[in-house]
Write a protein that binds this ligand. Structure first.
Ligand SMILES: C[S@@+](CC[C@H](N)C(=O)[O-])C[C@H]1O[C@@H](n2cnc3c(N)ncnc32)[C@H](O)[C@@H]1O
Length: 450
């Protein structure tokens, strides 16, 4: 069954406290636990009611996994107020609840089959881009929350900033987010998940949201009403409106080349077989970029593409074809997922060579502090772990690079970039494109159009 991660009792208790913070339930209140698993939230609600002398509300706990529900039935046998339902929570429903609490499944789109994806995309606004099931649980649960109802979910924090969660953010902000608390990375033993507890209070409307950081500091923020990432708001910065951005000064801001088989296409400089020099380009990975030093590639990439980025026909590969068709290499290339839809020797993604082989600026994709280095020769083919920025006006490359290395840009990226598992910044082209740019750095003809 999809996405079972049990919630530890201490976290359950913390969440139930938030659920009843505005007032205890009555015997008539209704409470839903969607994706209840073995019933830990129901047990937490019963504990809370007993501890606080409150009436037990009418509780419905739903899970689509019969084995989990059997466990819940065993744990909750004899509690008359509890109904356990084996069903798919994501089916249309007109039910309404005063309280909803849970730990929805974290299942990325990759864990869903084509039919499920199509159904969810049709039914949920939150099923956008590379969505995750917990976003749909948010949307479905918010649709089932009664007027003045309260919802508390623990989920990955990344819904606050990933692009695919834009529609879910909009739905949440409209419902009224009372509080977001980032909790310890180790809250789920054995998993590093960067979890957040989100409390929605219908009726809270567009009131301020209390944000509690992992170090315990708190901040009242007003969440953007649109799909924009909440990171900038939470970091106390206003989103950049209007003025020029990096997208105005660069013809291309992209992630480097993904071959899908660097072990075949990338070789140490001195090991390029004789006769293959015309296919070989100096290349760098993020790890090979060293702060404060000129980029100096020690590896070469064999590129079966022409100067304009067109895949060369096999008959024009010459010695490169012989190199790639040794049994182990050919078998390795055919094992790549892209080989199902492309010629066996094509790269995972077509390299835009015409743009790539121009003077440009390089930066590592995951880094503790972003830093940028120029490739003045334009010869380097960056690999997938390197972002590259090709300026409209190559004569301003150094100037633009200096600006990119300024504290101002570092602060912007710190405030807007996602975090990787180690807390490092994860650069992305859509964030880089939005970095504000001083008007004087925009090339003349672009400035007129801004
Ligand atoms: C992260 S687990 C949480 C389980 C439990 N609430 C807890 O906190 O320990 C998510 C649960 O959602 C259930 N689930 C996944 N997809 C579901 C669906 N479409 N409808 C109902 N339950 C679902 C899984 O079987 C799993 O038990």
């Amino acid at each position: 069954m999809k996405g079972f991660v049990p919630t530890p009792p201490a976290l359950v208790d913390q969440m139930v406290d938030k659920l009843f913070r505005a007032g205890p339930p009555t015997a008539e209140s209704t409470l839903l636990d969607p994706g209840c698993g073995s019933g830990v939230f129901v047990e937490g609600v019963l504990r809370w009611c007993q501890r606080n002398g409150a009436a037990i509300p009418r509780i419905t706990a739903v899970d689509s996994d019969p084995a989990r529900l059997r466990e819940a039935r065993r744990a909750l046998a004899g509690v008359a107020q509890v109904t356990l339902d084996e069903r798919d929570f994501l089916l249309p429903s007109a039910e309404q609840y005063d309280f909803i609490i849970g730990n929805p499944p974290y299942v990325s789109i990759m864990g869903l089959d084509a039919c499920e994806r199509a159904i969810y995309r049709e039914r949920f606004r939150a099923a956008s881009g590379r969505f995750d099931l917990y976003l749909l649980f948010f949307e479905q649960a918010l649709g089932m929350l009664s007027r003045n109802g309260r919802l508390v979910f623990v989920t990955p924090e990344k819904y606050m900033y990933v692009q695919s969660a834009g529609p879910a953010r909009q739905i949440l902000a409209a419902a009224g987010v009372e509080e977001i608390e980032l909790i310890d990375e180790q809250s789920f033993p054995g998993l590093v998940t960067y979890p957040a507890i989100t409390t929605v209070a219908c009726g809270h409307g567009r009131g301020p949201t209390r944000f509690v950081a992992r170090d315990g500091t708190t901040l009242d923020v007003r969440l953007p009403p649109n799909r924009r990432s909440w990171l900038a708001t939470i970091n106390g910065r206003q989103p950049h409106e209007g003025g020029p951005t990096l997208a105005d000064a660069f013809a291309r801001i992209s992630c480097g080349v993904a071959t899908g088989a660097d072990d075949v296409f990338v070789l140490p400089r001195g090991r390029v077989p004789e006769g293959l020099d015309r296919f070989a380009y100096p290349t760098l990975s993020g790890r090979e970029l060293v702060p404060g030093t000129e980029p100096s590639p020690s590896k070469m990439m064999l590129v079966p593409y022409g100067p304009n980025g067109e895949l060369l026909p096999e008959r024009r590969l010459g010695g490169l074809r012989d190199y790639l068709t040794t049994p182990d290499r050919r078998e390795r290339l055919e094992r790549r997922t892209c080989a199902a839809r492309k010629p066996w020797y094509a790269f995972h993604e077509t390299p835009p060579l015409a743009d790539l082989r121009k003077p440009k600026i390089l930066c590592k994709d995951i880094t503790s502090r972003p830093w940028f280095v120029p490739d003045l020769s334009g010869e380097i083919v960056p690999r997938h772990s390197v972002y590259y920025l090709v300026p409209n006006d190559p004569s301003r490359l150094q100037e633009l690079c200096d600006y990119l290395n300024s504290d101002e840009v570092a602060e912007y990226l710190m405030a807007h970039c996602q975090r990787a598992a180690n807390g490092f910044l994860r650069l992305q082209s859509h964030i880089l494109k939005q970095v504000p740019l001083p008007a004087e750095l925009v090339a003349g003809e672009q400035l007129a159009a801004v």
